[in-house]
Design a protein around this ligand. Structure first.
Ligand code: HEC
Ligand code: HEC
Length: 161
């Protein structure tokens, strides 16, 4: 009777105890890792954000890196509303308004649907300009880049002979 009442470490119970200990120590270790480093800053402290770099707004159209590149925006777009109801960009860049604004017209591709059908107005897939066109800032690249302009890759240029 007495021996039955006492807690005995039978093999299944031993296994359960080992498992529970492992689980506890693993979660403690994980919690410590989280507390130590998050991008070199101890959690839950946060690093001060770097100031937003100034955009280049000199109005000089930049050369494209390759023929099909969406040209970058060389002017300020601060406060230009671009929503479903209003498109400030089109008020200058749409074909009908370019004479007054002096802005380069959106190219013909902006009037084509995905199936190549020409529309009277800018195609919905080209409506949100800043999905493709972005302003630039004079900053150092974050990662190295070995991009080479295709005109420097030994091609024979048309009209040069
Ligand atoms: C007030 C008129 C005006 C508005 C509004 C405007 N632009 Fe422009 N945009 C211009 C003019 C003018 C140029 C020619 C370069 C210059 O003078 O800055 C230009 C140039 C550009 C270029 C360079 C084209 C090239 O071939 O290099 C892009 C891209 C562009 N704009 C995109 C936009 C986008 C996107 C918006 C809206 C967020 C916008 N623009 C709003 C007038 C405007
Ligand atoms: C899905 C991407 C995309 C969207 C959205 C888009 N563009 Fe473009 N845009 C391009 C590409 C790519 C080019 C260069 C090749 C071409 O003309 O198709 C270009 C060219 C241009 C050019 C130069 C045209 C020329 O003949 O030199 C202007 C200006 C321009 N876009 C303005 C706009 C404006 C304004 C909007 C918004 C109404 C807009 N784009 C929306 C991709 C886009």
């Amino acid at each position: 009777m007495r021996s039955q009442d006492r807690f005995r470490l039978t093999p299944p119970r031993l296994l359960l105890a080992v498992f529970a200990l492992t689980a506890i120590s693993a979660s403690v270790a994980l919690a410590q890792m989280g507390a130590e480093t998050m991008g070199g800053v101890s959690y839950p402290e946060s690093a001060p954000a770097k100031p937003i770099p100034k955009w280049t707004v000199d109005d000089i159209r930049k050369m494209r890196a390759y023929p099909d590149q969406p040209p970058v925006i060389p002017h300020s777009i601060e406060g230009y509303q671009l929503s479903v109801n209003t498109n400030r960009c089109l008020s200058c860049h749409k074909r009908e308004f370019t004479e007054g604004s002096g802005a380069p017209m959106v190219s013909v591709t902006h009037y084509l649907t995905r199936d190549g059908q020409m529309l009277a107005d800018v195609s919905p897939r080209r409506y949100f300009c800043t999905a493709c066109h972005v302003p630039q800032a004079d900053t150092q690249p974050l990662v190295g880049n070995t991009f080479k302009d295709m005109s420097e890759m030994g091609v024979k240029h048309a009209g040069e002979e």
